[in-house]
Design a protein around this ligand. Structure first.
Ligand code: ZN
Length: 507
């Protein structure tokens, strides 16, 4: 076979695997939107069977042989071109999957399935002891995986946490994140305490008016469309934990949740997920299922959702545009309010126990706590039995509050029960990347606020399309950021953005 033929063969093979992967995603989307409760057991069988087929395809020896041949050939010479990146990233993924014995993969998926069920029950009963043995098994299995990945010849990582982190944030290193996050913490902890005692704090009064869910649905669809989410290639549904999922090159779906008595939950949930969706819709669709058509990393993904949710959606310019239009749709509920009121209330900062309800400042301290704890749990330095105390102490230390239940403490997140260890830092990376990207966009395009005031989000979107979305996974996140912003990962633009915005509100 000549080399071009081998490349075509590989592309076809991987695209067929993508047919199965997107079918799996469809089954999962359906499971989380409207599966009858009695249908759960059969759905689990469908998902397990399909996952097995996908794993076998991903580790098939012929795929390994083709990628081996391709990576030694001329097509691989430019590793950031779409063809070169396809070869490099597929080979990297192949080696990772092939390194893991099927017994370990199966044991992990079983532990994770049982772990999530146990977590849900334990959270409901506030019973740490019901969940602890599952968490221990999950950390043991993922440690074993990390050890195998570090021990192979030419490993991508030599540190256990790095080996897991690389799966979510390719190219990121624990040491660098530790340094950046520590610098961020040193800025945020005093900022939070100053804002907490500031005399002119926002009140949150704008949210005292209930908004019927039906009306919120219309508003959410409208705002997602305004910022650039394409409904001819997507749809918006409801679920308990909002997410975004891609089911094909022209089918990217977003999900949110509504609370009649708390309007921002649905509104900002939609802006956030629409940000993820807009990114997916901007990936090169002719490369769907292959690295150039895939997202760069979870941190970059989160930068896109945070950018629309916070940097745009919590700006004064945005509210000057949005307020009169939204007030009209709220049938007089906001008649005594102004854009200024709403702007202040969407920027209320207060220490709280629950990560998903946290404001954009304290959010990062929630992440830092999880990042520190999961490293100690993975290394074995911290035992699972001691984890709740360690959790509570850190909340006291960083946020000045202490959970009185496990439900509001260590049992609040699904991630560890789902085996997602090394995932949390990508949330804060998203915030930092978003600040760096906005700064770079404004350096090139001039201030964007005037356009936001008119509801014109196109210049921002086009800049992101060109500098972030179009590249897919051809570069690692650190390389993409360097090219788009001229900077390495840096916490300063984020801190500057927060101080510039919050100081005038709280003074
Ligand atoms: Zn997100």
């Amino acid at each position: 076979m000549d080399i071009d033929h081998t490349f075509q063969e590989t592309k076809t093979y991987v695209s067929r695997t993508a047919l199965l992967e997107s079918t799996l995603a469809l089954l999962e989307w359906d499971e989380r939107t409207g599966l009858p409760s009695q249908g759960g057991a059969y759905r689990a069988e469908q998902i397990t069977h399909l996952s097995g087929l996908i794993h076998r395809r991903r580790t098939a020896p012929e795929l390994g042989a083709w990628l081996q041949e391709l990576s030694a050939g001329p097509l691989a010479s430019n590793a950031t071109s779409p063809v070169g990146a396809t070869i490099a990233k597929l080979f990297k993924d192949y080696k990772r999957h092939a390194q893991l014995p099927i017994e370990l993969v199966e044991a992990t998926s079983r532990a994770v399935a049982l772990g999530q069920q146990a977590w849900e029950k334990a959270r409901e009963l506030d019973s740490w002891n019901d969940f602890a043995p599952h968490l221990k098994t999950i950390f043991d299995l993922r440690r074993e995986e990390a050890q195998l990945l570090c021990e192979r010849p030419n490993p991508d990582a030599t540190d256990l946490y790095d080996a897991l982190l690389d799966q979510y944030e390719e190219g990121a290193r624990t040491q660098q994140l530790t340094n950046t996050f520590a610098a961020l913490r040193d800025e945020l902890v005093p900022l939070v305490s100053n804002l907490t005692i500031a005399p002119n704090r926002p009140t949150g009064h704008c949210w005292q008016y209930p908004v019927p869910v039906d009306r919120q649905r219309r508003i959410s669809k409208w705002i997602a469309e305004q910022i650039g989410y394409d409904f001819s290639r997507g749809r918006l549904d409801e679920t308990t934990h909002p997410f975004c999922t891609t089911l094909g090159p022209n089918d990217c779906r977003i999900l949110t949740r509504y609370q009649e008595k708390y309007f921002p939950s649905g509104f900002y949930g939609t802006l956030h997920e629409a940000g993820h969706g807009i990114y997916e819709q901007g990936l090169p669709d002719k490369w769907y299922g292959l690295p150039p058509g895939a997202a760069c990393s979870l941190g970059i993904h989160e930068s896109q959702s945070r950018l629309w949710e916070n940097f745009v959606g919590r700006s004064f310019a945005f509210w000057r545009w949005c307020f009169p239009l939204l007030a009209k749709q709220l049938n007089g509920a906001w008649k005594s309010l102004s854009a200024e009121h709403v702007y202040r209330d969407v920027n209320l900062v207060a220490p709280s126990l629950i990560r998903v309800e946290a404001d954009e400042v304290t959010y990062n301290l929630h992440i830092l706590i999880r990042f520190e704890l999961e490293q100690s749990l993975l290394s074995g330095e911290l035992s699972v039995a001691d984890a709740p105390d360690a959790w509570n102490e850190r909340y006291q230390h960083y946020l000045g509050i202490r959970p009185s239940t496990h439900r509001d403490g260590i049992l609040q997140d699904v991630h560890w029960s789902a085996g997602l260890i090394g995932y949390f830092p990508t949330y804060t990376l998203g915030n930092l990347y978003a600040a760096q990207l906005v700064e770079a966009a404004e350096r090139q395009l001039g201030p964007l606020t005037e356009q936001f005031t008119k509801g014109d989000f196109n210049p921002m979107l086009s800049w992101l399309r060109e500098n972030v979305h179009a590249h897919g996974r051809c570069q690692s996140a650190p390389d993409l950021m360097l090219k788009a912003t001229g900077q390495q990962l840096n916490h300063r633009p984020f801190v500057k953005y927060l101080s510039n915005k919050l100081a005038p509100i709280y003074e």
